[in-house]
Design a protein around this ligand. Structure first.
Ligand code: DGL
Length: 268
């Protein structure tokens, strides 16, 4: 493995493309291999044992067949279930996970009330509970909403289901606004949700701040690679290889729709 080796990125499906997009913007000279586990998506309601098995299997494939120099787990659910085991399995490999951005949200809220949309698996995890317990205070509270079915609807591009589930979850989480105790900050705690940010913004209200995690994850990936002297050399051309356990043309179409560097998606 060398600085020319690719960075592996994976998710249960297309959600991790929201993180990949930030990675490509931050690290345009890098080679990326993106794996969408669409044959087994969504992960959010399947339980830890299943998600851990998939996470370790995908990591093994990326390490052994693609000789990745770093791994980005672009999935909150897989990070919550498996990142500790991944780090034990690959102690020398820089591994970056994603978790709901509670800390930036706690710093941003003016009303002291933050909403968190995420999968059931993420919200039920010990990792999330520890984060939540460390940040809730007398002046900041978090309302948590497990969004069953929403990542799956985004995965299938099922517009009717997206609209009805988004409306239900945003409606049920609490009152939005700028009065004390109203929700003024909404955390998108699943990497699929940035793709429906415009819908969520419309439902929550234009003044509500939406917080996602792509950019900090990309910056952390840069820091870890720089510390190991493994950033791609100046002038190297970036590339993207798309892999999936599901339907390849569906992934190509999603990448063309959601990645700014759509032409890179043609480099399969
Ligand atoms: N995009 C993933 C996440 O961030 C997984 C969603 C799912 O597969 O349920 O949690």
């Amino acid at each position: 493995m060398s600085s020319d080796s690719p960075i592996g990125v994976f998710d249960s499906g297309v959600g991790g493309l929201s993180v990949l997009s930030a990675l490509q913007a931050e690290l345009p000279g890098e080679r990326f291999v993106y794996f969408s586990d669409a044959a087994h998506a969504p992960y959010g309601e399947r339980g830890d044992a299943f998600v851990i098995e998939r996470t370790l299997g995908i990591a093994r494939q990326l390490v052994e067949e693609h000789h990745i120099k770093a791994l980005v787990v672009a999935c909150n659910t897989a990070t919550a279930a498996g990142i500790g085991l991944l780090r034990s399995a690959y102690p020398g490999l820089p591994i970056v996970g994603v978790e709901p951005a509670l800390k930036p949200a706690a710093a941003a809220t003016r009303t002291g009330h933050v909403g968190v949309l995420a999968t059931r698996g993420t919200l039920a995890s010990g990792k999330f509970k520890a984060l939540h317990d460390s940040l809730k205070t007398d002046s900041v509270r978090f309302s948590l909403m497990p969004c069953d079915g929403l990542a799956g609807a985004i995965e299938r591009l099922d517009e009717a289901a997206i609209q009805s589930l988004a409306a239900r979850y945003v409606g049920d989480i609490g009152r939005f606004g700028h009065q004390l105790q109203e929700i003024d900050t909404l955390v998108l705690g699943c990497t699929h949700y940035p793709f429906i940010a415009a819908d969520l913004q419309r439902l929550a209200g234009a003044q509500v701040r939406l917080i996602e995690t792509g950019q900090p994850v990309a910056q952390q990936t840069r820091r870890l690679l720089a510390a190991k002297g493994q950033l791609a050399g100046n002038g190297s051309a970036g590339s993207l290889q798309l892999l999936t356990s599901g339907n390849a043309s569906a992934l190509d179409a999603a990448a063309a729709r959601w990645l700014p560097s759509a032409e890179a998606a043609a480099l399969r």
